[in-house]
Design a protein around this ligand. Structure first.
Ligand code: AMP
Length: 369
């Protein structure tokens, strides 16, 4: 076992296993490219050890270079990928093979594909030492990979946890047993967002508010945002299929969190079931579902106040608010029953000062920890 920053990691792959994976990538590429001189482009920082060992295993004519992308996720408003270390110059007509240490959701890969789409390369291929097929969401097929691995957070052999662990000769995985995963439950205006802010600080949790993620997407004019907007504007629920997929992506993007606060999710029994199955596949589980209770008239007052400040259209109209309460009552009652049946449902009085309510929540969490 090793510790990096605040987290414990356990051994996952030894040096022999890593070198076998490296050699298998080199062999596959050699079979296709040994008769020409490809340019290998390593993606910094994580790939440096892989590139080094890969080249020792690839004893055919080749060139090597590196790129480094900025940590900015996605494209800038101008559609330009920000690079800290740019592509080699003379790529025209050449076969380029990207060397990545790991491909998980595929966001970096998407940036790379975009970057190379503007060059006149002859061919563009992707090779990755590790590949997480369960979480990969990209359209681009991974041409070569050494080892398909489950969705655990790994460090070592070039991969880091907040910059530590890159120099480890072996690969370690995050020990996930001590996670706290909470569902915060309550009608709109019950104070879920406010309380989640406190809890996430105190327990180092990642707060996922599906409503916030939808609003972020609407603001940025994404496809998901456009789809969600038509439902949200009417105070209706976004279809389960869309919401569940989005939620899973949010969890996968944060595989190093100490736990999650799910806020606004699950709202239907189908979502609750999907969440259980999804978490189980990652060796995780919900520890507690906590409902913040307050009566409708208090909540309507709070929401109308919030609507004045936030400008949220669904907070400014009493009939839309009541529609959201009705939705909550009809669709969410089965969710409550779902967690009650598992003995995980806790009810907390949501009326009082913010600090009083935080204390009530903390008491429940300390009980289940
Ligand atoms: P909230 O900020 O949680 O009140 O969510 C605002 C709106 O986003 C809701 O009225 C729904 O239209 C949509 N939404 C948020 N979470 C979900 C969910 N789990 N399932 C379906 N729709 C959701």
């Amino acid at each position: 076992m090793i510790q990096l920053h605040d987290k414990i990691f356990t051994p996952y792959l030894n040096e022999t296993e890593i070198q076998q994976a490296v050699a298998s990538v080199a062999e596959k590429i050699a079979a296709d490219y040994k008769d020409e001189t490809p340019i290998f482009v390593g993606v910094l920082n994580g790939s440096f050890m892989f590139v080094s060992d890969f080249l020792k295993a690839y004893q055919h004519p080749c060139e090597v270079s590196f790129v480094k992308l900025s940590s900015y996720q996605g494209l800038t408003s101008t559609g330009i990928v920000e690079t800290l270390l740019d592509l080699p110059a003379n790529l025209e007509g050449r076969s380029v093979i990207i060397l990545e240490d790991i491909i998980d959701t595929g966001r970096t890969l998407q940036q790379l594909v975009h970057l190379f789409s503007k060059t006149n390369v002859k061919e563009f291929k992707i090779a990755s030492l590790f590949y997480k097929p369960d979480v990969y969401k990209g359209e681009y097929t991974i041409d070569y990979f050494g080892l398909a691995i489950p969705d655990n957070f790994i460090v070592g052999y070039g991969l880091d946890y907040n910059e530590l662990g890159r120099n480890l000769k072996e690969v370690y995985q995050l020990n996930q047993k001590h996670m706290i995963n909470l569902v915060l439950f309550g009608k709109p205006g019950a104070g879920k967002g406010t309380q989640a802010e406190f809890l996430k600080e105190k327990y180092n949790l990642k707060h996922i508010s599906t409503g916030d993620v939808f609003r972020y997407n609407i603001k940025n004019g994404t496809e998901l945002g456009t789809l969600a907007k038509s439902y949200i504007d009417k105070g209706e629920l976004v279809p389960d299929e869309v919401t569940i997929k989005m939620l899973q992506e949010e969890v996968e993007k944060n595989s190093q969190a100490d736990g999650f606060i799910f806020d606004g999710f699950p709202r239907t029994a189908a979502q609750a079931e999907a969440l259980d199955n999804f978490l189980e596949s990652k060796d995780m589980a919900i520890n507690a579902t906590i409902a913040l209770e307050a009566n409708d008239e208090v909540l309507i007052e709070r929401l109308l106040e919030r609507g004045k400040v936030s400008g949220r259209s669904d907070d400014q109209d009493v009939s839309k608010i009541r529609n959201r309460f009705d939705e909550y009552n009809i669709k969410t009652t089965p969710v409550k029953e779902f967690y009650e049946a598992q003995g995980k449902f806790y009810s907390v009085n949501g009326i009082g000062t913010i600090a009083e309510i935080t204390e009530r929540l903390t008491k429940v969490i300390e009980e289940i920890k």
